[in-house]
Design a binder for this molecule. Structure first.
Ligand code: FES
Length: 318
């Protein structure tokens, strides 16, 4: 019910408030504007946009969080956009958007009504053919800040803008106030926004040595991992028993069950570091699970491993 009300509210805002494409209209084209987007979410191997969600999912997932302690990235007490669900995360995207003819955005207030202007406002619709659409902004995105580039600014150069106006976790009016504060003669703006994405998942098949399983019990267990998880920790957290008395103890940690054999999905694992490469020289199929991360570069797919390797009989291939 609340959601419907907010949708209606937003429609009213778009129709009657000062926020229309007219606010951003008729700019001459800028020699700085090259269009497109700059991905900041990954190393460019996997296109993070494959994990985008639709407007309804973004609206249902976003929430405002506050940090009590100061951290390296956030001040305490300042609200920031967060995900309500561990299956989704809030990613950062940066776009250079022309103002020639307006941005072409319609905004939706998800939360607001406070004296201090804090709330949640997201993009409800991106006008077809608009500058926002050309740049790559999507329905469900939330504008976190707007930067005014200097005349010499080159998009993607890493230059930190001197004039950045923050509007993360602001209600509709506060967001509009920031967008409307950009001087008339600014041709294009740098839009930093928050985008909800689904966490990529890894389907991990773990095979135990049959000798470690009771009669009639399958030696195969299928579990689901999130991209970026440490393989050993993820297996232990999901009840996989790593116990291999026949394997020598690790010099670093004293454990005896770190080595796993990878039968499928090796490309979904992080590359080996020098130490691991050296240790695994004679076992090219194996990995140290404590040094292995699944879903490398946010990729998803299937991985198949065998554990407790010395417990496999000689007839069974390790
Ligand atoms: S647990 Fe010791 S090297 Fe992996």
């Amino acid at each position: 019910m609340v959601r419907l009300t907010l949708l209606v509210l937003a429609a009213t805002f778009v129709a009657s408030s000062s926020f229309t494409p007219r606010v951003f209209s008729h700019r001459r084209s800028s020699p700085l504007f090259e269009g497109g987007s700059m991905k900041v979410a990954d190393a460019g191997v996997v296109d993070a946009n494959v994990y985008n969600v639709n407007l309804e999912k973004a609206a249902a997932t976003l929430t405002a969080s506050v940090q009590v302690e100061k951290s390296a990235v956030r001040a305490p007490g300042v609200p920031f956009l967060d995900s309500k669900s561990k299956d989704y995360f809030v990613d950062d995207e940066t776009f250079l958007v022309s103002r020639d003819g307006g941005l072409g955005l319609e905004l939706l207030e998800l939360a607001g009504g406070r004296d201090d202007g804090f709330g949640i406002t997201i993009v409800e619709n991106v006008v077809k053919g608009s500058n926002a659409e050309k740049a790559g902004i999507l329905a469900g995105d939330s504008i976190a800040s707007v930067g005014i580039p200097s005349p010499s600014f080159v998009f993607g150069s890493g230059e930190i803008l001197a004039d950045v106006r923050d509007c993360e976790c602001r209600d509709f009016d506060a967001t509009i106030a920031v967008l409307s504060s950009i001087p008339e003669d600014v041709d294009c703006i740098v839009v930093n926004l928050k985008r909800v994405r689904r966490w990529p998942k890894i389907q991990l098949r773990v095979e135990y040595p049959p000798s470690q399983c009771a009669e009639g019990v399958s030696n195969v267990k299928d579990i689901e991992l999130f991209a970026g998880e440490n393989l050993q920790r993820a297996m232990l957290n999901r009840g996989i028993i790593l116990d291999d008395p026949g394997q020598g103890k690790c010099d670093f940690c004293g454990k005896n069950s770190c080595v796993v054999s990878v039968y499928g999905g090796r490309k979904l694992l992080n590359p080996m570091g020098l130490t691991e490469e050296k240790l695994m020289e004679r076992n090219p199929r194996c990995r140290l699970s404590c040094k292995t991360t699944v879903g490398y570069n946010m990729a998803e797919g299937d991985v198949n491993v065998r554990v407790n390797l010395s417990q496999w009989s000689s007839k069974e291939e390790k």
